[in-house]
Write a protein that binds this ligand. Structure first.
Ligand code: KG4
Ligand code: ZN
Length: 343
C-alpha cells in the first residue's frame, strides 16, 4: 500500500509545496512540486528581507498547496503524512510553514514530521537518482548555506564535516554580482558572463586552503573582498572592468575550493558517492569541475536537476517519506520552528 506525503517549505524566500508517493519498496516518486518565490520583491535590496519573505509566504501558502494538489490529481484526504521544514531558516518565514503544516495535520489527523532543511536538500536527490548509497557525502551550496556532510542514513544519521566560517557560496555570488553591476540573484548572470571570460585571468585567493586551516571548512568573504578591491583599483585607474574575466576568475576560485575539499573528504573517508545540491549546484563550472575531479578519483557524482536543487517542497516531502519508511517517531503537534536547527 503506497503512501502519500505532503511537504511544506518556507525557510527563506520560496514557498514550496510538494507531494510524493512512497512505494512499498521504499522508493519515492515525485507527484507535484509547486513553488512561489518572492525573490523579485527582494531584488532591489540585494538580499532576502525577512519581513517581506514572511508576508509573501502567508499570501502564497494556500494557493501553492492548491496548485500542488491539482497537479497531482489528489485531494487533502489522500495525504498519509506531512513533513515541514522546522529549520534552519528565517524565524518568521519558518513559522508560516510550520503553522500551515500543523493545521493540515490536525485537520486530517495524520502524522506530522518537523524536518531539517539541509537534510531535505540531500533527500531530494532520491527523487531523481533513486536510493542513496550509505555512506555518501553531500556538498550543500546555496545562498544560505555551504556545508560538507557525511550521510550514513538520510532518515537519521547526518554528520557535519565542515561549513563556511563566513559567507555562503551563493551569498558570495550575489555580492560579487553587485560589484560587477549584474542583477540579483547573482549566480545565473555570473555563470553566463564567465562563459565568455578567462578563468585564469586573475588569480583570486582560495579561502581556507592553508596548512593550518580546518580542512573541511570554507571561507568566501576574503574572496569577495578581493574581487571588490580588484574592481575598485581598476576603476581608480580609469580602466574598463573586464566583467567576463572577473566573473570567470571568481567562479573558478569558488568551484576549485568546493570541489577540492569535497573530493578530498570522499577520498580520506573512503566514500564512493558525492551529492551536490542547493542553488549553487546549478553552476555550470562547479558541476563541470566536480565531474572531472570525481571521475579522476573514481567517485560517483550525483547532482539533482536545477529545479530540485533550489528550495522547494518536494525535497521536504521526499525527506518526510524516508522518515515514514524508516518508521521514525512523528513530531508533537506543538512543534515549533528552530531557526538554528542543527543537521
Ligand atoms: O538554494 P537556493 O535557491 O536558496 C537558498 O536556500 O539560498 O539558492 C540560491 C542561491 C543564490 O545565491 C543564487 O545566486 C545561487 O543560488 N545560484 C547560483 C546559480 N543559480 C543560482 N550560483 C551560481 N551559479 C548558478 N548558476
Ligand atoms: Zn536551501
Amino acid at each position: 500500500m503506497s503512501r502519500i506525503v505532503l511537504g511544506i517549505e518556507s525557510s527563506c524566500d520560496e514557498t514550496g509545496v510538494g507531494l510524493v508517493r512512497l512505494h512499498d519498496d521504499g522508493t519515492v516518486e515525485l507527484l507535484a512540486d509547486e513553488v512561489a518565490s518572492s525573490v523579485e520583491q527582494h531584488a532591489r535590496f540585494g538580499g532576502v528581507v525577512p519581513e517581506v519573505a514572511s508576508r509573501a509566504h502567508l499570501e502564497a501558502m494556500v494557493p501553492t498547496a492548491e496548485r500542488a494538489f491539482a497537479k497531482a490529481g489528489l485531494g487533502l484526504s489522500d495525504v498519509d503524512a506531512i513533513a515541514v521544514t522546522a529549520g534552519p531558516g528565517l524565524a518568521g518565514a519558518l513559522l508560516v510553514g510550520v503553522s500551515a503544516a500543523k493545521g493540515y495535520a490536525a485537520a486530517l489527523d495524520v502524522p506530522l514530521y518537523g524536518v531539517n532543511h539541509l537534510a531535505g536538500h540531500i533527500a531530494v536527490d532520491t527523487l531523481q537518482h533513486g536510493p542513496l548509497p550509505s555512506p555518501c557525502l553531500a556538498l550543500l551550496v546555496s545562498g544560505g548555506h555551504t556545508q560538507l556532510l557525511r550521510v550514513d542514513d538520510i532518515a537519521g544519521s547526518i554528520t557535519e564535516l565542515g561549513s563556511t566560517v563566513d559567507d555562503a557560496a551563493g551569498e558570495a555570488y550575489d555580492k560579487v554580482a553587485r560589484v560587477l553591476g549584474l542583477p540579483y540573484p547573482g549566480g545565473p548572470p555570473i555563470d553566463k558572463a564567465a562563459k565568455e571570460g578567462d578563468p585564469s585571468a586573475i588569480d583570486f585567493p582560495r579561502g581556507m586552503t592553508g596548512p593550518r586551516d580546518a580542512k573541511y571548512d570554507f571561507s568566501f568573504s576574503g574572496l569577495k573582498t578581493a574581487v571588490a578591491r580588484w574592481v575598485e583599483n581598476a576603476e581608480r585607474r580609469g580602466a574598463e572592468i573586464p566583467v567576463n574575466d572577473v566573473a570567470a576568475s571568481f567562479q573558478e576560485a569558488v568551484a576549485d575550493v568546493l570541489t577540492a575539499k569535497a573530493v578530498r573528504a570522499a577520498k580520506e573517508m573512503g566514500i564512493g558517492t558525492l551529492v551536490i545540491s542547493g542553488g549553487v549546484a546549478a553552476n555550470s563550472r562547479l558541476s563541470g569541475l566536480a565531474r572531472e575531479r570525481c571521475e579522476a578519483a573514481g567517485i560517483e557524482l550525483r547532482v539533482p536537476r536545477p529545479r530540485l536543487c533550489t528550495d522547494n517542497g518536494a525535497m521536504i516531502a521526499a525527506l518526510g517519506a524516508h522518515l515514514v519508511a524508516a518508521e521514525k517517531k512523528p513530531s508533537a503537534l506543538d512543534l515549533s520552528a528552530n531557526p538554528a536547527l542543527p543537521v
